[in-house]
Design a protein around this ligand. Structure first.
Ligand SMILES: Cc1cc2nc3c(=O)[nH]c(=O)nc-3n(C[C@H](O)[C@H](O)[C@H](O)COP(=O)(O)O)c2cc1C
Length: 214
């Protein structure tokens, strides 16, 4: 494929439809249904979501994180509290989230406000992680410049040795954020780019649903 021809790359979206009447009045139930369908369809990393944050100058940045839980209170992911994303959230809690389930021709976008999970909940989740992941959380100075990979591996090894004779403690610079949504949109790809979009907005203490133009 000539990379100059990417403008000719296109596929038609024909897998499903989305009508407001069949959506659940509760956006969390609707999300649960779509997430389950994405998992059942064996989409790669069904829980992966793009997370957009803004810095103090209003400049946005985006990266992938994994959804580790959700409830009516919000969508939860875990990270290093000294990372770029966490620093940005501390100065502006407004975030955007995007799930893309390509195999189902579906997207879910979320607008909301992020806040730290309680230490107890973060610690409980940390303890459930595989040992290697726990060591990496300790060893990573996420988002900061490091000299080289050798330096990283030495740091990891030092921590592995340090914690070899005991349970790995919870690092208080690492934990969860919960994104409490004010808007959740469900997008289903349709033929000829005439897609279905149903948006839920939290207004006056209740969720309302509307159809948006593609
Ligand atoms: C599939 C996938 C899953 C990821 N999951 C996480 C995650 O759950 N938490 C996390 O901190 N970083 C995760 N990352 C790495 C982030 O995308 C990002 O590189 C890192 O968090 C640093 O981002 P920041 O410098 O903007 O804070 C994941 C990356 C990919 C590709």
């Amino acid at each position: 494929m000539n990379p100059n021809n990417i403008s000719d790359l296109r596929i038609s979206y024909t897998k499903a439809t989305l009508n407001i009447e069949v959506t659940d009045p509760c956006p969390f139930n609707q999300f649960e249904q779509w997430l389950n369908e994405a998992i059942e369809a064996k989409t790669t990393e069904a829980t992966a979501m793009s997370l957009a944050t803004v810095n103090e100058k209003g400049h946005p940045s985006v990266r992938t994180v994994l959804l580790k839980g959700f409830s009516r209170k919000g969508f939860v992911f875990y990270t290093n509290y000294e990372s770029r994303k966490a620093t940005e959230i501390e100065c502006n809690p407004n975030v955007g989230i995007c799930f893309l389930w390509k195999e189902l021709e579906r997207q879910v976008t979320i607008k909301g406000s992020a806040k730290r999970l309680s230490k107890d909940k973060s610690e409980k989740y940390f303890k459930s992680r595989p040992t290697g992941h726990q060591i990496s959380a300790w060893a990573s100075t996420q988002s900061s410049k490091v000299p080289n990979r050798k330096w990283m591996l030495e740091r990891e090894e030092e921590l592995r040795t340090k914690f070899s004779d005991r349970e790995i403690p919870y690092p208080d610079f690492w934990g969860g954020f919960q994104v409490s949504p004010i808007e959740i949109e469900f997008w289903q790809g349709r033929e000829n780019r005439f897609h279905d979009r149903i948006v839920y907005r939290y207004e006056k203490s209740k969720w309302t649903r509307s159809r948006l133009s593609p």
